[in-house]
Design a protein. Sequence first.
Length: 338
Amino acid sequence: MQLDTRAQTLLKALVERYIADGLPVGSRALSKISGLDLSPATIRNIMADLEELGYVSSPHTSAGRIPTPRGYRIFVDTLLTVRHLDEHMVESRMRLQTPQPQKTIANAAQMLSSLSQFAGVVLSPRRESVFQQIEFLRLSEKRILLVIVAPGGDVQNRLLLTEADYTPAQLVQSANYINQNYGGLSFDAVRVRLQGELRQLRDDMGSLMQAAVEAGSEAMADHSDDMVISGERNLLSVSDLSSNMHSLRQMFDMFEQKTGLMQLLDVSSKATGVQIFIGGESNLVPMDEMSVVTAPYEVNGTIVGTLGVIGPTRMAYERVIPIVDITAKLLSSALSHH
């Protein structure tokens, strides 16, 4: 149902006032702040309509009303006037550009957090699962370190526990075999090829290579460091989010497990522009009192990840939206090769 102008004006005034001070808003206060020349009775009627439509609710202890997730949704979708954020001010806050993409991404998360005063989060680009070369280092009997070098120069290590004890010469020979025959492929592709070719290799070498491919494939699929979060502590001082043990536990679970957040950021990378997920409305947000404002970022024109601000539902959206929007643009430009 379309709200008429008066109802929209009152809802906007109510949400803005509630965001500012967190207290239920009564009809008398609304008549003052809305600038509408309406009798208290008319305002009460409009508020009753808004309540019936599910945009506001009345906490038991008070005569005032507060926005519901649906109320916030219509506010951010249609009533919000986004403040203009001075891009130079943002840029001067932090030069994002660094030679290491991962550091640039961490800077972006920090910038989101310091500008919004909430938590900033960035989902890094998915790593390519191809490797350029591997190396085996013998640590001790039956313990080998697998060193994986990705095409971009990223290095990852994995510990292999082997049945047999390999000589340094065997390790060099196995690594050379894999590098010469399979360098530049993904570990999954190597696995398939090895199965066909292992019959020609000696058994113990074959099992070493298989172990390396399994571990390599796991290392490349490990997305645990794909998400950078900055400023979680800021959320502890937001009473809406940390007012009781249950909310605190929910919040820490979310940061610890990360899976729900990953899902949410993954969903928003498929859309363009800023998106707002409001707790209580979106199943993707684990807590009713929490909202996440996200935007995808690009490298050379291709969307590769998402970033955002995690804060209370009662946040100043008109301030947070441009922070997220501009940080996404700055990160896109910092990671792209001009």
